[in-house]
Design a protein around this ligand. Structure first.
Ligand code: NAD
Length: 276
């Protein structure tokens, strides 16, 4: 069984540095996939109201035989539920589908700045945290100006920002900002969704050198940078491979080789535009 290190968040709670993401895992497959992941050693699961599979995730949690306190469950509030009262209602729905008493981490999925509701939404998150229904509260896809606004207008700092991050989009400015403010960086699409990135010849060469797959090389790069990662796969052998990344270390010059893969190209939407 692999040993996934934990990181400590700015509110004192800890979370595994590597977890299992379930975006695009069909609802009817979610329970089996999450069960496979838990059997492989994953203890952190990343879902969202948008993914439509919170019930399947909840079923796997209920049936997996691992104690609730040994699991770390993240879900997210979708854009059309922003606003103070609406966010509280949406949380009730999510936690009901998951069948849980509390979630470990609740995230605002996108800032949706055109709606201009993320400040009252965050105040609802602060209440959920104060009520003990959520342990840590965080955001996703927030840019520096959105984070600054939360600092100015609300009381609790986000514990974490989950952002698109992979070797083609390394998010240097946001990562430095997070570091300065003690906000954890969580990488979504850590493998660049597989397409293109994992076929890169540079990664292929490193994979040969370390006797690992390109996906394992990329995940190791994230971990050595200090990112939290949540790779997704529905293929059991890949689910297992993606957590088998704690028995090797990339040399500094190989980290530099991967750093040279930056293109600035997103695989997902622009956070300043989506959900407006
Ligand atoms: P990812 O980078 O994890 O890539 C997943 C794809 O890579 C798989 O579908 C498969 O095609 C391929 N892959 C996975 N393991 C592989 C392996 N070992 N070898 C070869 N190919 C492999 O992309 P993702 O699913 O977009 O992101 C991961 C998680 O991040 C999601 O499941 C979700 O939980 C989260 N996410 C969050 C947001 C957000 O807005 N907050 C957006 C997208 C994803």
């Amino acid at each position: 069984m692999s040993q996934v290190p934990s990181i400590t968040l700015n509110d004192g709670w800890t979370m595994p540095q590597l977890g299992y993401g379930v975006y695009q895992v069909p609802p009817e497959e979610a329970a089996d996939s999450v069960r496979t992941a838990i059997e492989a050693g994953y203890r952190s699961i990343d879902t969202a109201a948008l993914y439509g599979n919170e019930e399947g995730v909840g079923k796997a949690i209920a049936e997996c035989g691992v104690a609730r306190e040994d699991l770390f469950i993240t879900t997210k509030l979708w854009n059309d539920r922003q606003g103070y009262d609406e966010a509280l209602r949406a949380f009730d729905e999510s936690i009901g589908k998951l069948g849980l008493e509390y979630v470990d981490l609740y995230l605002i999925h996108w800032p949706a700045p055109g709606q201009d509701l993320y400040v009252p939404t965050w105040k609802a998150f602060e209440k959920l945290r104060a009520d003990g229904r959520v342990r840590s509260i965080g955001v996703s896809n927030f840019q520096i100006p959105h984070l600054r606004r939360l600092f100015e207008e609300t009381d609790v700092m986000p514990a974490l920002n989950q952002i698109e991050l992979h070797p083609n989009l390394q998010q240097g400015d946001l990562r430095s900002f997070h570091h300065e403010h003690d906000i954890a960086t969580e990488a979504w699409s850590p493998l660049g969704q597989g397409k293109g990135l994992l076929d890169d010849g540079t990664l292929g060469n490193l994979a040969q050198k370390y006797d690992k797959s390109p996906a394992q090389i990329v995940l190791r790069w994230h971990l050595q940078l200090g990112n939290v990662v949540i790779p997704k796969s529905v293929t059991p052998s890949r689910i297992r491979d993606n957590i088998n990344v704690f028995d090797f270390e990339l040399a500094d010059d190989d980290l530099a080789v991967i750093a040279a893969l930056e293109t600035g190209k997103r695989v997902g939407p622009d956070p300043d535009v989506l959900g407006a």
